[in-house]
Design a protein around this ligand. Structure first.
Ligand code: FES
Length: 134
């Protein structure tokens, strides 16, 4: 799958591109959906840590909706999923960067790079997370 990049101007003289990882914007046929667990095992306000292939993922149930993001902070590669949840933001427990669990977008310093946000489906009462093919 081709990543989309966004240009970011960090100073007057430099231009960097950071990859965008909101996979939910990609066509659904680009994903393999992996069964995770019964939805009943992830009640409102809870989170579930899983590893799919080599990807650490945390799945949140926020007000009855499921959101899956990478469980690695883009600031310093710390685990993110144990952080406090404020609305749809998770706060990294190490240095306080916030990420939107709906999009993976880095919302505050010290993180400036987004994290993966994976599509989630519930079928027959089971949670599936979409992992990009290839
Ligand atoms: S490792 Fe998450 S803010 Fe530093």
């Amino acid at each position: 799958m081709r990543e989309t990049c966004v240009p970011v101007y960090l100073s007057t003289f430099s231009l960097y591109t950071f990859p965008m990882f909101n996979y939910k914007t990609q066509p659904i046929e680009n994903f393999e959906f992996v069964e995770i667990a019964p939805a009943s095992e992830l009640p409102n306000g809870e989170r579930l840590f899983v590893e799919v292939g080599d990807k650490p993922i945390v799945i949140f149930n926020i007000a009855g909706q499921f959101f899956a993001i990478g469980d690695v902070c883009s600031h310093d590669d710390g685990p993110l999923g144990d952080g406090d949840v404020e609305g749809h933001h998770v706060v990294c427990p190490r240095h306080g960067a916030e990420f939107d669990v709906r999009t993976g977008k880095a919302m505050s310093m010290p993180a400036v790079v987004d994290i993966p946000a994976y599509p989630v489906q519930v079928k027959d009462g089971n949670i599936f997370v979409g992992i990009p093919k290839g």
